[in-house]
Design a protein around this ligand. Structure first.
Ligand code: HSE
Length: 420
C-alpha cells in the first residue's frame, strides 16, 4: 500500500482525495498497489472540506510521518511550500506539486535537492492537459522549435467574452472570478504572470533554460480595447494571451503578451476557459494539446497521474535531463525579438499628419503593412491603427517613443504583437 499526505485540501486537494477513493479500483490495477490518502493539512480546521480523510493544521504531521510515501503539495504560495517540499524530499518522500509559482522560482534548486527522489508537477501547467508528460517523454526525440499556447483560462474567458459579446472588462473579470478559475489575486491572471510561470516550466523541459519571471517579457490584457478587437476582426485576427517560447538562431525567446493571431489558426478557435498548447518538434512537426487548464477534477486528474507514475517507478529526471545540456541555449534579450506589430494612436485629423508618422517610421526602417483610420465622433482627432511588417522590438519601442513626442499624436500609443 502507498500512503499519501496532502498539504492543502482546497478544491484540488479535495478532488484528489475523492478521486483516489472513488476510482480506487482502476488506480490499484494501473499502479499495481493500493493508494490511500492517510491525512491532509489545512490552515483552517473548522471549514468543511467535503472529504473523509483525517485533517490536521500542522504540515509536519505529514512531512515527518514515516508512514507517508508521497507528499502532495497544493498549498499555493512560494517560500512556505518551498521549505516544506525541501524538507519532504530530505526526508526521502516523493513529492507531487501543482504549484507553478513555486516551480517558476525554485525548480532548479528543487531538482538538485530531489536528486533521484521523484518530484512531479504535471498539474502545475495547463491543469488537466498532460503537457509536461508530452514534453518530458513523448517528444523527447525532438529539438523543440517552439511552444505557443493559451496557458491561462481566466484571461481566455475574458477575451472570448470581450470579442464575441463586446463585454466590459470589469464585468467579465468578476464573472471569471465567480467561475472559480481566477487566482486569489486576479492580477496574476490578467497581468500575464500566471501564464509566465507555466511558460518557464515548459521552457525548462524544452530548452534546459533557467530563467525567472522577472527576466522575461510579460504583458497582460488590461489595455485591450474594443477598438483593438474591431481592428483584429476586420483584418482576420483573433486576440489571445499567449505564452511563447521560440528557438531562434541567437537563443530562446520567452514572452507572454496579448497577441493577434490569424483567426484561421487552431489556437484562435480555443474559447472560454480552455487552454491549448502547440509544440513544434524538429522531427514530429506540430503537435497540439487542448483541455481544461484549471478546476478541481481536471487538476486532480494530473496530480493522480503523477502519483501513479511514481508508484510504478516511472518518474525519470524532474526536468527531463539526466546530464546538463552542453549546447545550452540562453534567453534572447527582449530588444532582439523580431515580429510584426499593431499600433493604435490618436492623432490630429488634418493634412500632413500621416506623412509625419510614416516619415518617423521610415527613420527606423519600419514598414507599414495595413492601416485603418477611425474618426472620433464630434472630435478633431482620429484613431490611427496599423500593422507593421516584421521588425525588431528595439526599433518599435524607439519608434513609439519618437512618435509620442510628435505634436500631432495625443496620449499613449498602444502596441500589440502579431504572430503569423
Ligand atoms: N488562474 C489560472 C487560470 C488557474 O485561469 O488558468 C490555473 O492555473
Amino acid at each position: 500500500m502507498v500512503k499519501i499526505g496532502i498539504l492543502g485540501v482546497g478544491t484540488v486537494g479535495a478532488s484528489v482525495a475523492n478521486i483516489l477513493e472513488t476510482n480506487a479500483d482502476i488506480l490499484e490495477a494501473r499502479a499495481g498497489k493500493k493508494i490511500v490518502v492517510k491525512s491532509g493539512v489545512v490552515k483552517n480546521l473548522s471549514k468543511d472540506r467535503g472529504v473523509s480523510i483525517k485533517l490536521s493544521d500542522n504540515p509536519l504531521d505529514i512531512i515527518d510521518d514515516p508512514e507517508i510515501d508521497i507528499v502532495v503539495e497544493l498549498m499555493g504560495g512560494i517560500e512556505e511550500p518551498y521549505a516544506l517540499v525541501k524538507k519532504a524530499l530530505e526526508n526521502g518522500k516523493a513529492v507531487v506539486t501543482a504549484n507553478k509559482a513555486l516551480l517558476a522560482y525554485h525548480r532548479y534548486e528543487l531538482q538538485e535537492i530531489a536528486g533521484e527522489i521523484p518530484l512531479m508537477y504535471e498539474a502545475s501547467t495547463a491543469g488537466g492537459i498532460p503537457i509536461i508528460g508530452a514534453l518530458r517523454n513523448g517528444l523527447t526525440a525532438n529539438h523543440i522549435e517552439s511552444i505557443q499556447g493559451i496557458m491561462n483560462g481566466t484571461t481566455n474567458y475574458m477575451l472570448t467574452k470581450m470579442i464575441n459579446e463586446g463585454a466590459l472588462y470589469d464585468d467579465i473579470l468578476k464573472e471569471a472570478q465567480d467561475l472559480g478559475y481566477a487566482e486569489a489575486d486576479p492580477t496574476f491572471d490578467v497581468g500575464g504572470f500566471d501564464a509566465s510561470h507555466k511558460l518557464l516550466i515548459l521552457a525548462s523541459i524544452a530548452y534546459g533554460i533557467d530563467t525567472k519571471p522577472e527576466d522575461i517579457l510579460i504583458e497582460g490584457i488590461q489595455n485591450i480595447t474594443q477598438t483593438d478587437v474591431a481592428f483584429a476582426k476586420e483584418f482576420g485576427y483573433e486576440i489571445k494571451l499567449l505564452g511563447i517560447a521560440k528557438k531562434v538562431k541567437e537563443g530562446v525567446e520567452l514572452r507572454v503578451h496579448p497577441t493577434m493571431i490569424p483567426a484561421s489558426s487552431m489556437i484562435a478557435k480555443v474559447d472560454g476557459v480552455m487552454n491549448a498548447v502547440s509544440v513544434v518538434g524538429d522531427r514530429v512537426g506540430e503537435t497540439m494539446y487542448y483541455g481544461a487548464g484549471a478546476g478541481g477534477d481536471a487538476t486532480a486528474s494530473a496530480v493522480i497521474a503523477d502519483i501513479v507514475d511514481i508508484v510504478r517507478g516511472n518518474h525519470g529526471p524532474m526536468l527531463g535531463y539526466k546530464k546538463p545540456l552542453e549546447s545550452g541555449l540562453s534567453l534572447l534579450p527582449e530588444e532582439e525579438i523580431v515580429t510584426n506589430y499593431y499600433l493604435r494612436m490618436s492623432v490630429d485629423d488634418k493634412s500632413g499628419v500621416l506623412a509625419k508618422i510614416t516619415n518617423e517610421l521610415e527613420k527606423f526602417n519600419i514598414s507599414i503593412e495595413s492601416m485603418l483610420q477611425k474618426p472620433h465622433r464630434n472630435e478633431d482627432v482620429v484613431k490611427l491603427l496599423f500593422t507593421t511588417h516584421s521588425c525588431q522590438e528595439a526599433k518599435i519601442q524607439e519608434a513609439m517613443l519618437t512618435l509620442k513626442k510628435l505634436e500631432c499624436v495625443h496620449g499613449e500609443i498602444a502596441m500589440m504583437r502579431i504572430e503569423k
